[in-house]
Design a protein around this ligand. Structure first.
Ligand code: ADE
Length: 230
């Protein structure tokens, strides 16, 4: 997969992309991530990318000229058209299902905005899918882009080591993940449940399913209601 990220702050991505699973996936050529600075496409001598909103109001708005210039440049960097995504709190809420859907694409192009938001003609003219990572406002789309990149890349074949698997992850089966334990067997008077030491795989699977259900019922009953509706 190729992921292009259009941003005013490419340096924000350096550390997340150079650790752990994302680092390994890049090194194994499972994913190629290309950062492009929107500011390089500003057309005036001050490299201006934002301006005051027409009609008044607080803050600054991302100008369409540098965003379009940057997108049109990036689009030509690879043969696939790619799936274009604008990060914005006004978008559709991101979840594991969307991560799985995006992981099937050959190319993603993510646009991270700053300031009060995008000039509306960016949304209209680029006809991009709009995604939000949650009902809160970040200072920009960069952290949202990183969340999407991380959630998508770990689903790509070979991104996780052999011993790991995303199939039991929380949300992948509509439930939160069951409790996990590792050594020691007893820690500060808390003992690993006997069933996990029993070696009976049928019983272990049954216990895990039950725990996942109970945990979901307690912490995220909305997931159960949603599953029943679907
Ligand atoms: N930019 C600012 N807040 C955001 C959010 N919640 N999701 C995606 N992009 C954003």
């Amino acid at each position: 997969m190729r992921i292009d990220i259009l941003t005013l702050f490419p340096e924000m991505f350096e550390s997340p992309l150079s650790c752990s699973i994302l680092k390994r996936a890049k090194e194994a050529s499972i994913v190629e991530i290309v950062l492009t600075n929107i500011r390089d496409f500003a057309t005036d001598s001050y490299q201006k990318v934002d301006d005051k909103p027409y009609g008044g109001g607080p803050g600054m708005v991302m100008m369409p000229v540098p965003v379009f210039g940057c997108f049109e440049h990036v689009q030509k960097l690879a043969p696939e058209k790619g799936r274009l995504i604008l990060l914005t709190p006004q978008g559709q809420k991101f979840n594991q299902g969307k991560a799985a859907e995006l992981s099937k694409e050959k190319r993603l192009i993510l646009i991270a905005g700053r300031y009060e938001g995008f000039d509306e003609r960016i949304r209209i003219g680029l006809d991009a899918e709009q995604i939000s990572v949650g009902d809160y406002v970040l200072s920009g789309g960069e952290l949202a882009a990183m969340i999407i990149v991380d959630a998508v890349v770990r689903l790509l074949a070979g991104a996780l080591g052999d011993e790991d698997s995303p199939k039991d992850d929380s949300f992948s089966n509509g439930l939160l993940e069951y409790p996990q334990y590792t050594r020691p067997e007893v820690f500060r008077d808390m003992k690993v449940p006997d069933v996990l030491l029993s070696g009976d795989h049928g019983k272990i699977a049954q216990w895990r399913r039950q725990q996942a259900l109970e945990r979901t019922k307690k912490h995220r009953p909305d997931l159960l209601r949603r599953n029943n509706k679907e």
